[in-house]
Design a protein around this ligand. Sequence first.
Ligand SMILES: [Mg+2]
Length: 220
Amino acid sequence: MPEPDAPGRAILDQIDALPRSTRPILICDIDEVVLHLVRHLRTYLVANDLVLLEDRYRLTNNIARKEDKTLLSPDAVKRLLQEFFDRQSHDQDLVDGAHEALHTLAERRDVIFLTNLPGVHNKPLRERLLASYGFSFPLLVNSGPKGGAVAALSANREGRAVFIDDSPTNHTSVNASLPTAVQVQFIADDTFRANMAQEPHVDLLTGNWSETASFVSELS
Ligand SMILES: [Mg+2]
């Protein structure tokens, strides 16, 4: 098992600023969980004459020119994604059922959004977009694997923490830092989800918010 990831100062400061609470916690990602991402990325790539070679959780060495399938360099992928987030962060579709499920679950748990949003300048845009969809849960911006942040957020809370995220890297990290967490791997995109093998530390692999709400509600 990988070593636990230590949370950075920036995320610890955001955690310290939250109101103190001992209620059970539910930590939820945004991209591909609450807001669609892959569908917007596909559209963006098509508009730029680019294509994903495989529908998998890999962007470096997986984005190519549509015409001749030449791979973009890692630096070019990084620039492309930053530009994509700068353009798209204010305009992403809501995943069906996310609003109702999270508000039902919030009756028994503190819901905290934990996102790895490239560009801190995009945080206000994302907060406005989430508010327009009726969400007012706190939004924390992390960078890197999320295990350290999830362990710190879950300290001194009743019950087992629930972690909902699409990224296999983040689930591995949470398993290393907080093995007691209940891990829901939520992937809205059907093809990406179909290509994902469920790891033993993942308790539920789904793309359905009503199934997620039932699963979490049944936890003691
Ligand atoms: Mg995500």
